[in-house]
Design a protein around this ligand. Structure first.
Ligand SMILES: C[S@@+](CC[C@H](N)C(=O)[O-])C[C@H]1O[C@@H](n2cnc3c(N)ncnc32)[C@H](O)[C@@H]1O
Length: 401
């Protein structure tokens, strides 16, 4: 579908969103022109999401929740945080009592976790949040201000990753998919990097700034990485095959690994093991944009007011973990993880039939394959931890990595 065709199926931008989007486009154009007329997709995505004051995560749109662009699992149901709390309580019996949450969104999961852990008799020393978005950090503060003081006073916001390794748990739900990624195309038997060029900046000036996909020769890092990823596919790769590769994922896991003394890093995200991620039939890649509860695949529209994500190659996470001296402690679908932690029992404990029916509906959204159950995976990376991880008791897909 053309950009204008797609735009007509999406909700229109408000005047403020239009202004914001044009300001970001002008900023991007200036950088692109300085760079000689071409930017890697990774840099484009970084500018779209994180340009100070203008990027999607750096500016003030609602983003998460029914009035925003997308809904995450903790926003779907408190059951998510309550199941996760059981996994955390089990881990914290064997480690120090600290949790670090990356990208805490509206603070909903933090609130649920803190409440549910207290109900399980777990006292945390500290619940730290590292959030890149100033307006989301403010929403988190407002939400967590409603907690009992004994819990509230455990919560701190960090500006950067802690320098002293923590003993406990690092959690990130739907954060890795926001890491800017490279894109590539297999065309006429050759690898091309998919980058970004100007599509128009004509007489209408600023209003006409538009960007388009522009293939170019890959740099050495991308060429090396794609050769490694695509070699097992050999001649099976169809012409026009395009996908993503996150060269930032490894350094990100390494940085998180440095923060973890003893304990577990729990990652949850859309993603696949590599053999499924780079399957010849997944010929269009995994890039998705989210705007006002609609998902689409055009990152060049709605600049700064829509989310851009790419699925996580969990084999890459496992490789990065091994390099960072972390061990894969489990890998499972979100459905298997939540069911293993007693999701159904929590629904059954509802006070009355009305509440039970509501919770059953929410649970279905979390676990049904066509909803969030299969596309989302949980992975545990451990250091100095060999006690059970009950979330992986029903299923461990580590062999597929
Ligand atoms: C898709 S939202 C998920 C929010 C929340 N974890 C949830 O499940 O509702 C992504 C979150 O990660 C934050 N974020 C994005 N990039 C980040 C980064 N590089 N480091 C830490 N947080 C980041 C965003 O501001 C936002 O809070």
């Amino acid at each position: 579908m053309s950009a204008s065709g797609l735009r007509s199926t999406l909700p229109p931008l408000s005047a403020e969103e239009e202004r914001h989007s044009r300001a970001l486009a002008a900023h991007m154009r200036a950088e692109l022109v300085c760079a000689g007329g071409w930017l890697s997709f990774e840099r484009f995505m970084e500018l779209a999401l994180y340009t100070p004051g203008l990027g999607y995560y750096s500016a003030g749109s609602a983003k998460i929740g029914p009035g925003g662009d997308f809904v995450t699992a903790p926003e779907v149901s408190a059951l998510f945080g309550r199941c996760l709390a059981r996994q955390c309580a089990e881990i914290l019996e064997h480690t120090g009592a600290e949790i670090l949450e990356l990208g805490a969104g509206t603070g909903r999961m933090a609130a649920e976790l803190l409440g549910a852990l207290a109900a399980l008799g777990v006292t945390l020393e500290r619940y730290a949040i590292l959030e890149v978005s100033a307006d989301l950090a403010e929403r988190q503060r407002r939400r967590l201000a409603g907690l009992p003081q004994a819990l509230r006073e455990r919560v701190v916001w960090l500006e950067r990753l802690p320098e002293t390794p923590l003993e406990g748990i690092i959690i990130a739900n739907e954060v890795a998919d926001a890491l800017p990624c490279r894109r590539f195309l297999w065309h006429e038997g050759k690898l091309r990097e998919l980058g970004v060029a100007l599509a128009g900046q004509g007489a209408a000036g600023e209003e006409a700034i538009a960007f388009r996909e522009q293939p170019a020769a890959p740099d050495a890092a991308l060429a090396r990485e794609c050769a490694r990823l695509l070699a097992p596919l050999g001649e099976a790769l169809p012409d026009g095959y395009a996908s993503e590769v996150s060269l930032r994922l490894g350094p990100w896991i390494a940085a998180l690994g440095e923060c973890l003394g003893r304990g577990v890093l729990l990652l949850a995200d859309y993603g696949l093991p590599r053999r499924h991620y780079y399957h010849p039939e997944r010929a269009g890649g995994t890039l998705r944009c989210h705007f006002k509860q609609r998902a689409h695949d055009d990152p060049y529209i709605n600049l700064g007011v829509q989310d851009i994500t790419a699925w996580v190659d969990f084999t890459r996470v496992a490789e990065a973990a091994a390099a960072a001296d972390l061990t894969v402690g489990g890998f499972a679908t979100q459905a298997a993880f939540l069911l293993a932690l007693g999701l159904e029992g929590l629904v059954a404990q509802a006070d009355d039939t009305v509440q039970r029916a509501r919770l059953a509906g929410e649970a279905r959204r979390l676990i049904m394959p066509e909803e969030m159950g299969e596309a989302f995976k949980f992975m545990a990376l451990t250091r100095g931890y060999d006690a059970p991880l009950s979330g992986f008791a029903l299923q461990d897909l580590s062999r597929l990595l």
